[in-house]
Design a protein around this ligand. Structure first.
Ligand SMILES: [Zn+2]
Length: 286
């Protein structure tokens, strides 16, 4: 059952809760972020370890896989997310993407009801309190996921080029491929990583476990239309299941109710055109 779900039809998002009880919970993701309702807080900057070219260590591997729902990159090695108001040190486990179909948006989160072309999720777990990813899933703050909006621009994004060109090796469901060289994770993030939103949420795919401290960066990254098309060229079925196959498209969960949750911002969204933080406000993050 664990893998028996989809983004449409009988096994689609509106029926996930019949099979995965957590999908009915009160802190589900993704959400629409309404910037006039967020609370601005003085938040420390992130400290990304093992994200730059210089500090990618030996023993780091990145393995691409097509699981029929998305393209995922499983990560080993010393890649950590700390700071940013997170309650500890989080080790990167994997990252994956959500996207739309031709001409329609595919991000999961929305800002003021606007969704972007795609969204990257960098998934990490609290490695100080838990010895592995699976253990951390059992805790309400076990995971930290970074959400990065992606939009189409005029230029090829060099940071995404060595990743998306390798999608040819995982065209069909079930295929895996180890990248020759670990990617520089920093180059997948927006230039400005000081402006972000924070809330308590869940995995956006079954079993929709409520274990995630979400960070959604305000500024998108841009990739070219050719790069976006490489996501849409991935096929959701194995050759043995279906010779032709259908593309992995519109692999996003619909927006979930915010309920009584608070969304905080590391900046003042109203004056987002400058780099000023909200003056003098400090609030406990999570
Ligand atoms: Zn995701």
């Amino acid at each position: 059952m664990a893998d028996d779900w989809s983004y449409s039809g009988e096994k689609g998002p509106s029926n996930w809760a019949s099979f995965f009880a957590d999908a009915n919970g009160a802190r589900q993701s993704p959400i629409n972020i309404e910037t006039d309702k967020v609370k601005s807080c003085d938040t420390p900057e992130f400290n990304f370890i093992g994200f730059e070219d210089d500090d990618v260590v030996d023993g780091s591997t990145m393995t691409l896989s097509n699981d029929g729902h998305s393209v995922k990159v499983s990560v080993t090695g010393e890649h950590y997310v700390t700071g940013g108001g997170l309650p500890g040190k989080f080790k990167v486990e994997q990252f994956h993407f959500h996207w739309g179909s031709d001409g329609s948006p595919g991000s999961e989160h929305a800002i003021n009801d606007t969704r972007y072309d795609a969204e990257l999720h960098i998934v990490s777990y609290d490695c100080e309190r838990f010895s592995n990813f699976t253990e951390a899933l059992g805790d309400c703050q076990g995971l930290a996921v970074l959400g990065i909006f992606i939009e189409v621009g005029d230029k090829t994004n060099p940071g995404y080029e060595s990743l998306t060109t390798e999608f040819r090796n995982v065209q069909r469901k079930g295929q895996t491929f180890q990248l020759e060289k670990a990617l520089v994770l920093r180059s997948l993030l927006p230039e400005n990583v000081r402006h972000f939103y924070r809330y308590d949420g869940s995995l956006t795919t079954p079993p929709c476990t409520e274990c995630v401290i979400w960070t959604v960066f305000d500024r998108p990254v841009q990739i070219s239309v050719t790069q976006l098309e490489r996501f849409r060229s991935l096929v959701a079925t194995a050759v043995s299941e279906d010779e032709e196959g259908v593309n992995v498209e519109s692999n996003y969960r619909p927006l979930q109710a915010l309920g009584d949750r608070a969304v905080t911002a590391s900046f003042s969204p109203v004056t987002a055109n400058d780099d000023k933080k909200a003056p003098g406000k400090t609030c406990a993050i999570l």
